[in-house]
Design a protein around this ligand. Structure first.
Ligand SMILES: [Zn+2]
Ligand SMILES: [Zn+2]
Length: 107
């Protein structure tokens, strides 16, 4: 009590529906080069700003038969380099992961 340095987020591999909801509002997506998207924004669990490259495999699927465009879902994992107690040395981030939907083209 009385310590207002902010809550310490311990490393924990967790997901929650609200992570995806928050990230959908706050993350930006930019295409940095053909086939590579860069997601950027604050982690919905620990608030560290992270950026995550997504390699858009859609461009390699040339021979698809269906013409429909369904949103693609990618699993995003927090990759911050802040210290989180309990994190294995081989890991980064706070352990949070969530799914984001990517739609192609303007909506
Ligand atoms: Zn995080
Ligand atoms: Zn973090």
């Amino acid at each position: 009590m009385g310590d207002d340095a902010g809550p310490v987020v311990a490393y924990e591999e967790v997901t929650a529906a609200e992570f995806g909801v928050r990230a959908a509002r706050t993350f930006t997506v930019e295409q940095v080069e053909p086939g590579v998207l860069l997601l950027g924004g604050p982690c919905p669990r620990c608030d560290a700003v992270i950026s995550i490259p997504i390699f858009d495999r859609v461009f390699r699927y040339g021979g698809g038969s269906a013409g429909e465009k369904a949103p693609r879902y990618e699993t995003v994992v927090c990759t911050c380099d802040e210290p989180h107690p309990g994190r294995p040395e081989s890991r980064v981030g706070c352990g949070a992961f969530w799914a984001i939907g990517l739609r192609e083209g303007p909506s």
